[in-house]
Design a protein around this ligand. Structure first.
Ligand code: UDP
Ligand code: MG
Length: 308
């Protein structure tokens, strides 16, 4: 069994991969312990597959999974985690934006006893203002609407202890944002900060569509907040309508003219709409319970046991 597994998703990374291998392999060798590098070729259309095949032929520590099509980075990471055998698993990008030196710092933290080490981006070079702003907003939004204590500005560059990998793999969901699940499973977690460099070659594969999909995978499986909106809105509308009725009744009692019969239509419509929203919200309560059952997450995760 190797001590370390590196998991590297790769989509059209023909230019980056040789540089990645040349830089990371000697650094890992300095540790003097066994390691494996699991590359997951996520349906690339360039020569990624051939490059990985050649690397695997000359170095048995290189292992490769070729996807039948592009399934996305999260699926590639999941595949890598599933195949990994190491006692510590480090997920990193193929484009060297996750500096290997920082992976060494992560290993040092793991040796200190941490089970998860997140790579936190202090600065991000070579990325558009739009990407930086949306990413920054996303992490803060996730913290607001989920109960997860997810660290901000942390992507998928992480070290996982074997028990964390096993806990994540025991979660039955299809739609996953690994960085959210990593927080959900718990254990001793810490952070190492780094300045994210530019891609070593090529361009980002994260189109706006993929970014939206990633955000959805973070929000919906981890928060029932959107489902609670109708009941909140409906309750507020009912309250406001009832208040308007009271005001109208008081005005009518005091014989103050305020628009006649038609004015009563507004709170009545508000009340009707509010009640409909509340009923809809009530079905959402059941929907969120059904969703949580279907997710089939473990009910708890045991970190260790004594005298058992
Ligand atoms: N990636 C992948 N499948 C995809 C998109 C990206 O496996 O559909 C890989 C990509 O090859 C890289 C990592 O995921 O190793 C991060 O992707 P990218 O560098 O494009 O994202 P960014 O760093 O710009 O957020
Ligand atoms: Mg990148």
């Amino acid at each position: 069994m190797p001590e370390y597994s590196l998991v590297i998703p790769a989509y059209n990374e023909e230019k980056s991969l040789p540089l990645f291998y040349e830089k990371v392999t000697p650094l890992m060798e300095t540790l003097g312990e066994d390691f494996e590098m699991i590359f997951v070729n996520d349906g690339s259309r360039d020569s990624t597959k051939e490059i990985l095949k050649a690397l695997a032929e000359k170095d048995k520590r290189v292992k490769v999974c070729n996807f039948s099509r592009n399934f996305g980075q999260q699926a590639a990471l999941l595949c890598g985690l599933t195949e990994s055998k190491g006692r510590a698993v480090i997920a990193m990008d193929a484009d060297l934006q996750d500096p290997p030196e920082v992976a060494m710092e992560m290993i040092a933290k793991w040796k200190e006893g941490f089970d998860v080490v997140h790579g936190k981006r202090r600065k991000r070079k070579g990325e558009t203002v739009f990407k930086k702003a949306t990413a920054s907003l996303f992490y803060r939004f996730m913290r607001k609407i989920t109960s997860l204590d997810m660290p901000v500005d942390v992507g998928d560059f992480k070290l996982y202890d074997r028990k964390v990998v096993d806990a994540i793999l025991s979660m039955g969901e299809h739609d996953r944002l690994l960085r959210a699940q990593t927080t959900w499973v718990g254990f001793r977690q810490t952070i190492v900060e780094f300045d994210r460099p530019e891609r070593v070659a090529g361009e980002t594969h994260y189109t706006l569509k993929k970014m939206v999909k990633l955000a959805e995978s973070g929000v919906f499986p981890n928060s029932s907040y959107p489902l609670t909106l109708p009941i909140k809105l409906g309750g507020a509308l009912c309250g406001l309508s009832l208040l308007t009725y009271i005001v109208f009744i008081v005005l009518a009692c005091c014989k103050v003219a305020f628009g006649g019969l038609t004015a009563w239509l507004f709170p009545s419509l508000g009340l009707a709409a509010g009640l409909i929203l509340c009923c809809h919200g009530l079905s959402n309560v059941y929907l969120s319970m059904v969703y949580s059952e279907v997710q089939n997450r473990p009910k708890y995760i045991v970190a260790d046991k004594i005298n058992l």
